[in-house]
Design a binder for this molecule. Structure first.
Ligand code: GLU
Length: 547
């Protein structure tokens, strides 16, 4: 077979050479040890936690080493493409702190190693396709769907491995005449790799996450170019990551089974193999067993879910970091205010088996994260969430920013900040009573007569002075307690509640419920200070009138 002639026949219009491409995309001028890596998502419009795990890993590896992170859009499967998906992807990742130095932008490209959308790179792939054909390492295959299906059936019946390999590789050694004939009959063809691998051979390979692996050689003549001339993932991966000068390929471990082929392909193309970082899946507990998070079953896989729930971006970020590097949590405890980027991230610490996603833990991390924020920051983040997901609440929050900020300042700062909020969605329930429109009428414990409640409220209003400090304020509550025959001795009360008609806690609760509508609230003295004299008094009077 004259391979050169076949190459000309298949790719008559390709005149560029690999050498020219090497020149066009020179080695990058980066410091020794700098990681060049990428995110290479398909534009399906669905951005999920797995993207974030992969994105944060590659972002940290690139930027921590003084390297480059770029975005390549893997749009070779036109059927799966959703309009606007690239925009959603870029914006979502940016929201989570992942910014690309280079690559596809919403409406174009930024960088010298593009185009960064694979469908715009057909010419480039064809240069290498032609090279492989001319070296006898690739050939056209004219098999129809029916022929492939029949082959598969035969293999299954004979209990053989399915696939296009060895004796089943029908077009592997066809004479030139057959190829010419098929071409002139305009039969569609794909370009296949001519594998020289043997499944009896194994070799060692080291992955940065998975560690040392034993790999079996690939013997399948995989497709390189589909019949429309667009490459498969495998071929595009080799060509793009070589020409874009990727040093580390960070990707999901669903690609491990085809890694033997990728290694083979890099070799055949004369490319230096990048380092691989294969990330394990995100799993969740389902009853007593673990399973992969699924797009269909688990709404919490989608990043939009976290936005709508109102997890602060920093909480999701912190949680993912704790998942990826087990020493992150200790580091954070020792460095509570340091930027997360000060942490020394290591891909080697990733769990090779993947991670168990724990919603309760995320919630916990989020509580801590919100507790660390100051009132102003909480105000800004809460308001921006509410504007999108609860505009009516947003309008309340915004009416008097100083009032809202004072509310949000309750219990903040100090050694043990309150942890009332895990997500912004919780905020209305927690603080809504401060706004008259969300105030609900209290229901008092029917152990106590309305008269008792009314007496407490009346006495409180008689003594209430907004200028009192908290000690004086509480002394007054205790006075009322004694006046109505309840006890202020909580120890004695707890030991024998039946010996008393009620306690100072009940008295406080009557007042609390009158003012907030609820049986629990942040510190009542502070609540009144924020509400102010008139509003507090009006609320108590209102309740008295309803008794
Ligand atoms: N487009 C591939 C995917 O979304 C990219 C894998 C890779 O990073 O190489 O799974």
């Amino acid at each position: 077979m004259d391979h050169q002639a076949l190459a000309e026949l298949l790719f008559p219009n390709v005149t560029d050479t690999p050498a020219q491409l090497e020149e066009r995309f020179p080695l990058r001028n980066v410091p020794e040890g700098a990681v060049i890596t990428r995110m290479a998502p398909s534009p399906t419009g669905f951005v999920h936690l797995g993207n974030l795990v992969q994105g944060l890993t590659s972002e940290r590896m690139a930027h921590q080493s003084g390297g480059v992170l770029f975005l390549r859009v893997e749009d070779t499967d036109a059927k799966r493409e959703v309009p606007g998906a690239v925009k959603v992807l870029i914006e979502t990742l940016k929201h989570y702190g992942i910014q690309f130095d280079e690559g596809a932008t919403i409406d174009g490209d930024n960088g010298l190693y593009g185009p960064y959308r694979q469908r715009q790179r057909a010419d480039i792939y064809h240069v290498y396709a032609k090279q492989l054909v001319s070296q006898g390492m690739a050939y056209p295959c004219f098999c129809t769907e029916e022929e492939l299906a029949a082959m598969r059936e035969k293999q299954e019946a004979a209990k053989e491995t399915t696939g296009y390999y060895g004796k089943y590789a029908m077009w592997r050694d066809r004479p030139m005449e057959d190829i010419q004939q098929a071409l002139s009959a305009n039969k569609p063809w794909v370009l296949r790799f001519r594998s020289t691998g043997n499944i009896a051979n194994q070799f060692k390979f080291s992955d940065l996450v998975k560690g040392d692996l034993t790999i079996t050689e690939n013997d399948v003549d995989h497709v390189l170019l589909k019949s429309d001339g667009i490459p498969t993932y495998h071929f595009a991966h080799a060509v793009d990551d070589h020409l874009m000068r990727t040093t580390h390929v960070v990707r999901g471990d669903e690609w491990l089974p085809t890694l033997p082929f990728h290694i083979q392909l890099f070799k055949a193309l004369g490319f230096k193999l990048p380092k691989y970082v294969h990330i394990g899946p995100l799993m969740k507990m389902d009853g007593t067993s673990k399973r992969k998070l699924s797009k269909r079953k688990d709404p919490e896989l989608a990043l939009t879910f976290y936005k709508a729930e109102g997890f602060p971006v920093s909480a999701v970020y912190e949680y993912i970091m704790t998942l990826l590097n087990s020493n992150y949590e200790d580091w954070r405890r020792a460095n509570p205010t340091a930027p997360a980027t000060d942490f020394k991230f290591s891909p080697k610490k990733l769990n090779p088996a993947g991670n168990l996603f724990d919603y309760a833990k995320l919630t916990d991390v989020s509580k801590n994260e919100i507790a660390r924020m100051d009132a102003q920051q909480v105000y800004t983040e809460l308001l921006s969430w509410a504007k999108e997901f609860d505009p009516e609440f947003a309008a309340e929050l915004e009416r008097d920013p100083a009032y809202t900020t004072a509310i949000l300042a309750i219990g903040r700062g100090g050694k043990k900040p309150r942890k009332d909020l895990a997500v912004w969605k919780d905020a209305k329930d927690y603080m809504g009573f401060f706004y008259d429109q969300y105030l609900v009428a209290p229901t008092f414990d029917d152990k106590f007569s309305s008269e008792t409640v009314a007496t407490v409220l009346r006495k409180f209003l008689e003594k209430f002075d907004i200028a009192d400090d908290s000690a004086v304020w509480f002394d007054k509550v205790k006075e009322i307690t004694v006046e109505i025959g309840f006890t202020t001795d909580m120890k004695a009360y707890k030991a024998d509640p039946d010996a008393f008609p009620g306690s100072v806690a009940d008295v406080s609760n009557f007042i609390r419920q009158a003012v907030t509508g609820k049986t629990n609230s942040p510190d009542l003295y502070t609540v009144m200070q924020i509400l102010g004299y008139d509003r507090t008094k009006a609320r108590i009077q209102n309740v008295m009138n309803s008794l």
